[in-house]
Design a binder for this molecule. Structure first.
Ligand code: PAF
Length: 291
C-alpha cells in the first residue's frame, strides 16, 4: 500500500499528536531519498521495533558545499514511495512519509544552526566544512517535528551517527539513536545513493574501498595492534587502484574519532575517496583480535 505523504509540518504535527494519544512509539528514518536496500533495512528495523514509522525524504541543501552535488543529487519520489510500499509484513507498513519543501524546513529569515564541535570537525568535517552543521540542524528540526522515540541511521555514515548522538546528548533530546549495519552489494560495495553516478569502470575501481577495509580487518584479526601496520595494508590496496583518489584512510577511536597509534579495544577503519567525480565513503569496525 502506498504510504500517506505529507509536505507540511502542521499536517505532520497533527498526525504526531494522534499517534501519541494512541500510545504508539514513533520510529523516524531520516533520508534524502533515492532509497536503496540500506535505507529499507532502517525502515524494516523501525517497523519491527516501533508502533508507528515515519520516513522523511528531504535533500537538505545546507549539508552540501557550494561545489558539491546538491543540484544533481538523485531524486525519485515516485520510485521511493513504491519501494516504501513494499516494506513491512503482518499488516505493518510505513505510516507516514514526510516530504517537506526547502521553505518548510528553512522558513524565510531563519538563522539558527546547530554546531556540534569536535566530532564534526575531523574526517568528513575537515573535507566538507559546514557539512555537519547542515546535518545536525536538519536532524534536530526533524526530531522536533516528528518527536520520535527512536531514530534510525546507517553505519556507513558512521561519523554522522557520532555527531547526532553527541547533539542528542548535549541538547537533551529525548530520542534513542539506533545504528544499523551497512548494506553491501554481493561484491562488497557499500550501498549509497551516489553509486548511481559511477560508470561501469568506476564501479569496478570503487571495489578497492571495501577490499581495503577488509584487508585492514584481516590484519587486525590476525593480532596486529600497531595502527601503522593495519593502515599500510589498507592504503596498499587503495594505492594499487589508480582510479581511486584517497582523501583519507584512517584508523580512529570510534567514540572520539581521534587517530589511534595502537589498537586497544574497538577501532574504526574509515575511508573517503573520489572515484572519477564521485565522492564515496565507507568504514568498518575492526574485529578484536583473537590472540
Ligand atoms: O544520511 C542522510 O541521508 C542525511 O545526512 C540525513 C540524516 C537524512 C540528514 O539530511
Amino acid at each position: 500500500m502506498t504510504p500517506n505523504v505529507v509536505t507540511r509540518s502542521a499536517e505532520l504535527r497533527d498526525w504526531v499528536r494522534v499517534a501519541r494519544t494512541h500510545d504508539r512509539t514513533i520510529g523516524l528514518v531520516p533520508t534524502m531519498g533515492a532509497l536503496h536496500a540500506g535505507h529499507l533495512s532502517l525502515v524494516e528495523a523501525s517497523l519491527r521495533e516501533c508502533g508507528a514509522t515515519v520516513v522523511s525524504i528531504f535533500v537538505n541543501p545546507t549539508q552540501f558545499g557550494p561545489s558539491e552535488d546538491f543540484q544533481r543529487y538523485p531524486r525519485d519520489l515516485e520510485g521511493d514511495l513504491a519501494k516504501l510500499a513494499g516494506t513491512g509484513k503482518e499488516g505493518k507498513a510505513v505510516d507516514l512519509v514526510f516530504v517537506p519543501t526547502v521553505e518548510e524546513m528553512y522558513p524565510e529569515g531563519c538563522t539558527t544552526t546547530v554546531d556540534v564541535g569536535a566530532p564534526a570537525e575531523v574526517l568528513e568535517g575537515a573535507f566538507r566544512p559546514g557539512h555537519f552543521r547542515g546535518v545536525a540542524t536538519v536532524v534536530l528540526k526533524l526530531f522536533n517535528q516528528v518527536l520520535p522515540d527512536v531514530a534510525y541511521f546507517g553505519h556507513k555514515d558512521y561519523q554522522q551517527t557520532v555527531v547526532v548522538r553527541r547533539m542528542v546528548e548535549d541538547l537533551c533530546v529525548p530520542v534513542e539513536i539506533r545504528v544499523c549495519p551497512t548494506v553491501r552489494e554481493p561484491d562488497g560495495l557499500a550501498l549509497s545513493s551516489r553509486n548511481k553516478y559511477l560508470s561501469a569502470e568506476e564501479r569496478r575501481q570503487a571495489l578497492a574501498i571495501s577490499r581495503a577495509l577488509r584487508a585492514a580487518a584481516d590484519v587486525a584479526a590476525g593480532g596486529e595492534r600497531r595502527a601503522e601496520k593495519v593502515l599500510s595494508a589498507m592504503r596498499g590496496v587503495l594505492e594499487a587502484e589508480p582510479g581511486v583518489r584517497v582523501q583519507y584512510a584512517v584508523l580512529v577511536d570510534p567514540l572520539t574519532l581521534r587517530d589511534m597509534t595502537e589498537i586497544r579495544g574497538r577501532a574504526l577503519a574509515a575511508i573517503a575517496t573520489y572515484v572519477g567525480k564521485t565522492r564515496l565513503i565507507d568504514n568498518i569496525m575492526l574485529p578484536r583480535s583473537s590472540s
